[in-house]
Design a protein around this ligand. Structure first.
Ligand code: TYD
Length: 141
């Protein structure tokens, strides 16, 4: 499938609330659209920095602002949209074949990423022109 940004959705994650606060628990299969094999988080991001700047060939991710806020711009080579994340019980599901940039990190923001596969440098497309060519070969741009 040649992915489009319209296949990337913001998911509402479960929130268990009581007077002592909230907890969000994410179980493979039950709460997530893929099985998680890696978790990482971005933090201490200097003001004005941009992260991401790549696409993945096979990796799926769920991106959550567990603290603070930031924007994720997704791009399928044809259309682009920017999603603002600012609540720990919402996550942006990014499917393979989508370019992403993360920007506008608030002070103290923490970006939690659940990933479908272990880290693999060969799964990255880091050059935007190469991304457009990759999409063209798949036949949608
Ligand atoms: P990078 O993918 O460039 O970060 P971002 O897309 O958020 O800007 O990764 C930065 C560094 O961290 C790079 O040296 C690779 C390393 N890294 C790992 O070792 N494991 C991982 O799971 C990730 C995401 C990055």
């Amino acid at each position: 499938m040649n992915a489009t940004i319209y296949n990337c959705n913001v998911l509402t994650l479960p929130k268990i609330h009581n007077r002592a606060g909230n907890i969000t628990a994410l179980n493979n299969s039950l709460d997530l659209p893929f099985d998680t094999n890696r978790v990482y988080y971005l933090y201490d991001i200097p003001s004005g920095e941009i992260r991401g700047g790549h696409a993945h060939k096979a990796l799926q991710q769920l991106i959550v602002a567990v603290s603070g806020s930031f924007d994720v711009t997704i791009d399928d080579g044809h259309n682009k949209k920017t999603v603002s994340l600012n609540q720990p019980n919402f996550g942006l599901h990014i499917i393979p074949g989508i370019w992403r940039d993360l920007s506008n990190f608030s002070s103290g923001a923490i970006c939690l990423v659940l990933a479908s596969h272990p880290y693999d440098t060969n799964d990255y497309i880091r050059d935007y022109e190469a991304f457009l060519q990759y999409k063209a070969v798949l036949g949608c741009s």
